[in-house]
Design a binder for this molecule. Structure first.
Ligand SMILES: [Zn+2]
Length: 218
């Protein structure tokens, strides 16, 4: 039974969810891919490209499946039986694949999540699923970092939340400035991880990330 604070917070997350837009028909989506193939300079009627629009549209359904999922509903089932456990809960190296909203190019990296529970914990697979819901959308890394941290904070209401993401952006490695091997690190610290330097250092060294030495990047 959620108390009223939780209900208000859940409302807040729901109000930030993407606005529902009119979805084009599958045929319109296939045509759009054919247009992009012509834009690239090739012929969509060429044998090797005939099946491509269908494959691209099916890939999009997978890449962007996060729009159809509710991050709050996902975390709704929590456990209160903790036998006095009051230390950090951490899930490291959650691999994700997302797409940048500026170039629709892949972002591939790892998310590290930690929280300090306050009477409520959630199954660890739910943390990984939460990452998926936000990764399978058009993203920027900073926003994704904040969304994961804020959703955990608002639904679980823990004493603190820390989220660090390290990722390579293919819009940087395969086009534009062409800088392979560069990874971007973003972090969001809430509650005690934000206010207490010792706890913050502890969680960052447990993550073992580049953010460990320098604190918050985003
Ligand atoms: Zn980009």
């Amino acid at each position: 039974m959620p108390d009223s604070t939780t209900a208000t917070n859940v409302q807040k997350i729901r109000s930030r969810e993407p606005v529902r837009v009119r979805r084009p028909s599958r045929e319109e989506a296939l045509d759009a891919v054919r247009t992009l193939i012509r834009w690239a300079g090739d012929d969509p009627e060429r044998e090797g490209l005939l099946g491509t629009p269908d494959r691209v549209v099916r890939s999009y359904a997978e890449f962007f499946s996060g729009y159809g999922e509710d991050p709050v509903a996902l975390l709704q089932r929590t456990f209160e039986e903790m036998d006095g456990y009051d230390e950090i809960v951490m899930l490291k190296d959650i691999r994700f694949e997302s797409h940048c909203e500026h170039h629709i190019a892949p972002i591939i990296g790892k998310v590290h999540i930690a929280y300090l529970p306050n009477n409520r914990v959630v199954g660890i697979s739910k943390l990984a699923r939460l990452v998926e819901v936000y990764a399978k959308r058009l993203q920027i890394q900073e926003k994704m970092t904040a969304q994961i941290a804020n959703t955990l904070d608002e639904v679980l209401q823990p004493k603190g939340v820390a989220v660090v993401i390290e990722a390579a952006h293919q819009c940087m490695t395969t086009r534009g400035v062409h800088k392979p091997g560069v990874s971007m690190v973003t972090s969001r610290m809430l509650g005690v991880f934000r206010t207490d330097p010792t706890t913050r250092r502890e969680v960052l060294s447990m993550f073992g990330t580049p953010a460990g030495g320098t604190g918050e990047h985003a």
